[in-house]
Design a binder for this molecule. Structure first.
Ligand code: FAD
Length: 378
């Protein structure tokens, strides 16, 4: 069988399926991220929580994964005047989130998948077509060649802009809905101090909510933090109007003055890092006959503001494995069962993720925040 996409869900699922005795070919568009290079993917840090932990536990990986994380006991809200307030995630000390580097996690999953004798990884293979009747997939390789592969069945784990989904839906009665957020994102790095300590509280998620922009930061084990700036694409003080070095400095002086001394490489990073887009998608059905099924962002991309995209992609893997176990002789029934059990949850997640975008931004309306709003001139 084939898994299209060697990202987070694809690599985990390959491992789970191989452990059940399936021979798994994983086809990944990028080159091998473990070899480094410009193609090695985004550097986003992710918040790992209960659902993701459960799926990684099932795969026997949680010990190794936890060793790669930084605990986040709560979130620190940064007001425009530089004052801060800590909000714990729960009363119980165990109620925490875990920050993990997406690339590191992906590489671990690929290592473990590759070590399994039943898994073959094919990097530089971009899915470009599928023939559902003949059960073949077509890939374009790095040198532009087209190769075909026969697959008894296929899991599409190729992310938000999934080609597998497009092929699954071609010629079928199918729904697809996609919404772009009018805000994009850019990543920046907050380096550790010269002595290696973190410049801000390490074991927390940090949020700089502004009426016009939102910074979120996840900690790394080396004391640095990966900052993600969410900002409108268009309009005043947007990505469109923040292109020159002076415009970048002016934006930060206006909205994030407390961050300026912490980001000495701000301008260089701003110029070098791309602006990413965010989408919410809904799609139906998630499978076709007993041949193809979708998992993760391929069937339900959500905005990142609830921090559950990866966690729910991992939960899909658990749910699909459980459904396959419930219907050992009938894969089509397993796929339908999996979709029935997951869709209500992922539909709710899409709504919660949208609502949390508003909630995070509306922190600027809280009495504590308004009292400190003097410097937020928007
Ligand atoms: P992906 O990780 O996108 O993997 C898809 C893979 O398929 C990629 O490797 C890609 O190269 C490959 N591919 C694509 N097209 C093809 C093709 N045609 N042929 C072959 N291969 C292909 N989630 C959380 O749980 N917590 C967080 O804190 C969090 N924060 C986020 C912050 C931001 C800014 C963003 C953008 C997302 C965040 N997420 C978070 C969401 C999370 O990143 C995704 O939900 C998760 O990566 C989905 O995993 P996936 O395996 O389905 O897709």
């Amino acid at each position: 069988m084939a898994v299209v996409g060697g990202g987070l869900a694809g690599a985990l699922l390959a491992l789970r399926l191989a452990a059940q005795g399936h021979g798994v070919d994983v086809y990944e568009r990028r080159s091998d991220p473990r070899l480094g290079g410009a193609d090695s993917g985004r550097s986003i840090n992710l918040g790992l929580s209960k659902r993701g932990i459960h799926a990684l536990t099932e795969a026997g990986l949680i010990g190794e994964v936890m060793a790669m994380t930084v605990t986040m006991a709560g979130r620190v809200i940064h007001a425009p005047d530089g004052s801060t307030r800590f909000q714990p995630y729960g009363k119980d000390r165990g109620e925490v989130l875990h920050s993990i580097d997406r690339n590191e996690l992906n590489q671990l999953l690929l290592d473990r998948a590759e070590a399994h004798p039943q898994v073959r990884l094919h990097f530089g293979h971009r899915l470009v077509g599928a023939d559902k009747a003949r059960r073949t997939l077509e890939f374009e390789t790095r040198d532009g060649a087209r190769v075909q592969a026969q697959a008894a069945w296929v899991v599409g784990a190729d992310g938000a802009f999934s080609r597998a989904r497009r092929e699954l839906q071609r010629g079928e009665r199918a729904d697809y809905h996609q919404e772009y957020l009018e805000w994009g994102y850019k990543e920046l790095t907050l380096k550790p101090l010269a002595d290696g300590r973190s410049a801000i509280e390490l074991e927390a998620l940090h949020v700089w909510p502004r009426s016009h922009g939102l910074f979120v930061s996840h900690p790394n084990r080396d004391g640095s933090h990966t900052l993600t700036l969410f900002l409108p694409f268009e309009g005043p003080d947007s990505f469109a109007t923040t292109r020159s070095e002076d415009e970048v400095r002016a934006l930060f002086a206006k909205y994030f003055p407390d961050l300026v001394p912490l980001l000495p490489q701000l301008v260089e990073e701003w110029m070098a890092h791309p602006v990413g887009a965010l989408i919410t998608t809904r799609t139906a059905p998630w499978s076709r006959s007993d041949w193809m099924v979708l998992v993760g962002d391929a069937c339900h991309a959500v905005y990142p503001f609830y921090g559950q995209g990866m966690n729910s992609a991992f939960e899909d893997c658990s749910a699909l494995m459980a459904a396959l176990a419930r219907h050992p002789q009938d894969r089509a029934a397993a796929f339908a069962d999996y979709e029935r059990s997951r869709r209500p949850h992922t539909d709710t997640l899409a709504e919660l993720s949208k609502a949390n975008f508003v909630e995070l931004r509306q922190k600027v309306q809280s009495p504590w925040f308004l009292a400190r709003k003097r410097l937020d001139v928007a």
